[in-house]
Write a protein that binds this ligand. Structure first.
Ligand code: SAM
Length: 302
């Protein structure tokens, strides 16, 4: 079977999202393989001097396939953040991958449809009929593989007539902001406290033809003018969700509804519900998928 030259870039997992986003521009889309932290004994057996707690991520790029051609190691290093510890631990290897293997991983990224929204990788054909087309390149920040929590927001978002302003808190790849824009919400605003995620969201909204304002902000800094009358999407973990509810209570600005996701069914769901009730908000709808809960929260008394 024919072989294709690929480049494997290995980094500590904590750096993988940032490095992946930076290298995507240089080397094209990639396959990501996460390697768990190794126990000390195992590391010792393999003569591995790396600290025992370090989980690593391997990103396999196919630069020839994506028109980048041969990219020297120095150029790959130069594209990475200037963190001394990161640079000391980056591994770059040229690997020969059996022909067809790099196409094989694309099998995992099939178009996914939730209601009218169809999310597809660039190599798949656009959907036909009434479906709204969103194109995202897998291999970047959270939000490309369509996690159950993302699907939950997309489902709840489409249960009411679209329209009016939308705010995507913790936008990641921008997928929810793009979907809202496609559905007819306007203006579209999004924020993320991770500058790389915000940059990726900016690019993705632009590439999908959705006009959006994207800012690097923490959930505790949500601007009042972005909240007013808005449908707020928040696929976050428990702590930032609670911080968002606090922020909404402090701002005391009327919004249309808040769709919360990324929290676990049961205990976390109850914690969010209590926090909402203290903030004079009420849960009106919910979806459950696997262990995850998605909630629609509105100002109480509506
Ligand atoms: C679970 S991902 C969701 C991404 C995308 N919205 C989706 O639904 O697929 C959560 C995102 O929230 C961001 N985030 C986490 N804590 C945050 C905070 N305190 N303020 C702003 N953004 C935050 C993360 O950087 C990440 O991009």
């Amino acid at each position: 079977m024919a072989s294709d030259p690929a480049v494997r870039v290995s980094v500590p997992t904590v750096w993988s999202e940032v490095c992946g986003a930076m290298l995507l521009h240089l080397l094209g889309p990639f396959q990501q393989i996460d390697e768990d932290a190794r126990p000390q004994d195992d590391a010792h057996l393999h003569g591995d001097a790396r600290p025992q707690e370090e989980a690593r991520t391997h990103m396999v790029f196919y630069p020839f396939r994506h028109g980048a051609g041969f990219v020297p190691d120095e150029e790959i290093l130069a594209a990475l953040p200037e963190d001394v510890a990161l640079r000391a631990s980056v591994g770059i290897e040229r690997v020969l991958v059996p022909g067809g293997w790099e196409e094989g991983w694309k099998e995992h990224f099939r178009p996914i449809t939730v209601g009218r929204i169809c999310v597809r990788p660039p190599w798949e054909e656009p959907p036909t009929g009434d479906l709204l087309d969103i194109v995202l390149t897998p291999g970047l920040a959270f939000g490309t593989g369509l996690h159950a929590t993302t699907r939950g927001v997309l489902e709840l978002l489409q249960r009411e007539a679209p329209g009016g302003p939308v705010l995507d808190v913790g936008t990641g790849t921008g997928i929810l902001a793009i979907a809202a824009g496609r559905l007819g919400f306007f203006p579209v605003r999004a924020l993320d406290n991770d500058p790389q995620a915000a940059e990726v969201a900016r690019e993705n909204t632009l590439e999908n033809g959705v006009e959006a304002q994207v800012k690097v902000l923490d959930v505790s800094q949500v601007p009042a003018e972005w909240v007013e009358g808005a449908t707020i999407l928040a696929n976050l973990m428990l702590e930032p969700v609670l911080a968002l509810i606090d922020r909404l209570a402090a701002l005391d600005v009327d919004f249309r509804r808040l769709i919360v996701s990324g929290i676990l069914m049961g205990e976390q769901e109850a914690i969010v519900e209590e926090a909402a009730s203290r903030a004079e908000l009420a849960v009106t709808e919910r979806v459950h998928e696997a262990e995850w809960a998605g909630l629609v929260v509105v100002p109480a008394g509506r």
